[in-house]
Each structure stands twice: as C-alpha cells, then as structure tokens.
Design a protein around this ligand. Structure first.
Ligand code: GDP
Length: 424
C-alpha cells in the first residue's frame, strides 16, 4: 500500500512532521521530486532537525529511505546530511539512491546564482540550490544520471561535450570564469565514490516491497501552488509537487497510491515571489510571523522571512483537488489562539466578479480577497489530544475549513512535536 504526503499550499505546511509521525507505520519512505531547495523541520526524541534531501522518515530503525529517480540529487549534500544526523545520535539509516536519479552538478548551482543576478529585480527568488538549471538540463537531455558515473569513458566524453555548451554561456552571457572538463571529471569521480554504497534499482526494490505487502510513504516537497503545471507559473518550482508525480518520481504504478494525505496550513505563508491573494502586511503580519515561531518566521532552507496571510479557502480547495486528496491534515492551528477573529478568504473578486475557483496566474494578479470572519477561541490549545476538548470556536474554524475544502480533516496538528496531533 502506498500513501502520499503532499502540500496543498505554497510549501512549509508541516509535511515533515506528518511524515515523521506516519513513518512509524511505514516500511519505506520515498522522496520523489525536488532537491535540497526546501526543508522539513522535524522535532522528535533525537532533537530538532532541518532535513533537505533525506526523507523525514530516516529516524526509525525499521524504515528504508529512498531518494527516487525524480529527485535532484546533490551527492555531497546528501552525504553531509547523513553524517549530520548520525553525529547527533540517530542510528545510521538504511538509504537507497536510485541509479536513475540525476546528479546536481556544481555548475547548476552557479547558473542558478548567475541567472538570478542577471534578472535582478525580476528574479524568481530562487533558493539558488540549482534546481531550475538542473531540471532544464534533465529535459534538454544534457543531465547526468547516477548510473553514468560508473562508465568512465562515457562520462569523460559527455563532460567535455556538455561543458562546451556551458562555457559559451558562462563566457558570453554571464561573463564568468569557464569550467575545466578535467576538474569536473575528477569531482564526479569523487561523487561516484560517495554515492556508491547507496545506489540501487529503487523501482525494482519498490516493486518487490509492494508485492510483499509493505507500506510505502511518498514524501512531497513544497505544495500544489508551486507545481509547474498547476501552480502560480512562472513563480513555481521546476519539478511537479503533485502526488500523481509520485508514481513517476518513485517508479511505481499510479494505482498503488491509495491514500493521499494533503497537508493544509491553518493560515497562509509563502517564501519567494509570486501572487498571494490573502497576504497581510505590517504589524498584523509581523505578529502572526512572531507567534508562528519556527513555523512562521523563516524558511528552513533559506532563512528568508516568510510572507504571511490569512487562510485561503480558494487556494486550499484547489490545492487539495489537484493533489487528489483523500484526507487532510490541518497544521499549525495552535498559533492562531491569540486572535479575536479569524478572517478566511472564501472567494476572489476579479474584475467585479466573485469566484471560488482558483484562476490562472494573469487573473490571479487581479484577484482581491473576499473575507468571512470567524470568532477566535482566545486560548492555548497545545497539549489537547482529543477533538472534543478543543474550544467550540476552534472546532467551528476547523469545520468551516472542512466544508470549504470539501475533504475530511482527519488530523489536526497543534504543535511541532511528533505527538502533538489530534486524530478525528
Ligand atoms: P514542510 O516543508 O511542509 O515539511 O514544512 P516545514 O518543516 O518547512 O515548516 C513547518 C514548520 O512548522 C516547522 O518549523 C515545524 O516544526 C512547524 N510545525 C509543524 N506542525 C506544527 C504545528 O502544528 N504547530 C506549530 N506551532 N508548528 C508546527
């Protein structure tokens, strides 16, 4: 059986926590897209961790963690991350890296920086982890697969061929130093030695695991609104953030994904540029950011302050629909206990017409939020473990959101810790 944990919003919904929690009842946990460009914050018995490339289930002795073929694999980063958790007392995790995963090249990171620099004010607000140049090369068929590291003649020839093109761009477009093929080849030999212990045919491994009745968890990065097809293009990421892509990025049949747990944040936050209809500013935003603590203030990868907003039911319903959500985990609800009333964005007004359907980007830019206000509960709900014990207004907020998004909310998260969850 395969479950997917994916985001309905702009990312940072708290997927890491839910994955860490559900890892307990999983055998295999798979990252299927993205790279080290977004972080998951996990708090458990070993301490507090910000993972970027490893699946959030690496803390259990019984799980196998897979870096799927769909991931942008930064090999030195992965090795550092593994060492980093082992150094802090986590048992050495069992990790498999797909032989079909493509490699984040050092120049992808350089091109990401150079391009943002070139764009200046029009930049994408990239995390500069090389993600866009990486996926561009993958689909332009000039990327490097892990398997190619083990064929020295092929690799040498390909490095020369690819750098010929990269050096033209470096010299004439960006006016930056050119790259030396011999040096890059040596770097890749180093990568080969680092990654060798983990390389496997992970699609075959998953096929066998599913045949044996094992439970597999797919961990998504970012959320629907950052998907290249269904998000706020072009202010999106470069690999699909949808559960459907989990089948491709992990190498499993689509019909195996039985449960799609969509993580929805109880208010809105986003890092990076792009349309954000229910965004708030000034003291109102600062207060929410401050109250959010780790959940509110800064992106786990970049340390950039997050943009804040009220709950957006239009975006979240769309976010859940495009994920194919079968259930919802509503997170970070505890942060909202200070508010007298909670505005919820229930519609977008575009050119004088109110819609509840999330539009394409050009229309989104014109959208103004239509708010409905719900009464606050004015207390701290952390520590509560049963739904019935939540204050009435808090339940009212949850049930209002549930009606708006049209998917059952089966879990309510009221704190960052693994145990801070209310199941309904
Ligand atoms: P992800 O990318 O979706 O995994 O989300 P992140 O880990 O980047 O961001 C979520 C942040 O919220 C982290 O700092 C979590 O520790 C924190 N968090 C998750 N769930 C809750 C919750 O229910 N309440 C609070 N206060 N924080 C939470």
């Amino acid at each position: 059986m395969v479950r997917a944990i994916v985001g309905a919003n702009w990312g940072d919904e708290g997927k890491g926590k839910i994955t860490d929690m559900l890892g307990e009842t999983s055998d295999v946990i798979v990252r299927f897209q993205g790279g080290s460009n977004a972080g998951h914050t996990i708090i458990n018995e070993y301490g507090k961790f910000a993972l970027h490339l490893l699946p959030s289930g690496v803390f259990y002795g019984h799980t196998t963690s897979i870096i799927g073929n769909g991931v942008a694999l930064n090999i030195p980063y992965l090795c550092r991350e593994i060492q980093g958790i082992v150094d802090r007392g986590v048992p050495k995790p069992r990790i498999l890296v797909s032989d079909r995963a493509q490699i984040m090249m050092p120049y992808h990171i350089l091109f990401d920086e150079y391009e943002e620099e070139r764009l200046g004010k029009k930049s994408f607000g990239s995390t500069k982890s090389g993600i866009a140049p990486f996926y561009s090369d993958k689909y332009a068929k000039t990327g490097f697969q892990v398997s190619e590291l083990f064929d020295e003649a092929l690799l040498k020839e390909k490095v020369e061929r690819v750098l010929e093109q990269k050096n033209i761009l470096l010299e004439h477009m960006y006016h930056k130093p050119k790259l030396d093929p011999a040096e890059l080849y040596q770097t890749l030999m180093g990568y080969r030695d680092m990654v060798k212990p983990y390389v496997a045919d992970t699609a075959l491994y998953l096929h066998d695991a599913l045949k044996e009745g094992k439970t597999v968890l797919l961990e998504g990065q970012l959320g629907t609104l950052k998907d290249p097809d269904f998000g706020i293009y072009p202010m999106v990421t470069s690999s699909s953030t949808l559960a459907a892509y989990g089948a491709i990025g992990a190498g499993i049949p689509p019909y195996e994904i039985k449960d799609i747990i969509c993580v929805v944040k109880a208010y809105s936050s986003a890092v990076g540029a792009g349309e954000f209809v229910s965004e708030i500013f000034g003291e109102e935003a600062d207060e929410l950011r401050r109250r959010g603590g780790d959940a509110g203030e800064f992106g786990a990868t970049t340390g950039r302050p997050r943009r804040m907003g009220w709950f957006d039911a239009v975006a979240s319903r769309y976010g859940c629909r495009m994920q194919g959500a079968t259930e919802v985990a509503l997170t970070v609800l505890d942060v909202l206990g200070y508010l007298d009333e909670l505005p919820v964005c229930v519609g977008y007004e575009i050119d004088g017409t109110v819609t509840k359907d999330f539009p394409v980007t050009a229309k989104l830019a014109k959208a103004k939020p239509v708010y409905e206000k719900l009464p606050g509960w004015k207390c701290d709900i952390r520590g509560i473990r049963s739904y019935g014990e939540l204050p009435e207004n808090c339940r009212g907020y949850i049930e209002f959101i549930e009606r708006e998004i049209g998917v059952p909310i089966t879990m309510v998260s009221n704190g960052p810790g693994r145990e801070e969850i209310i199941r309904r």
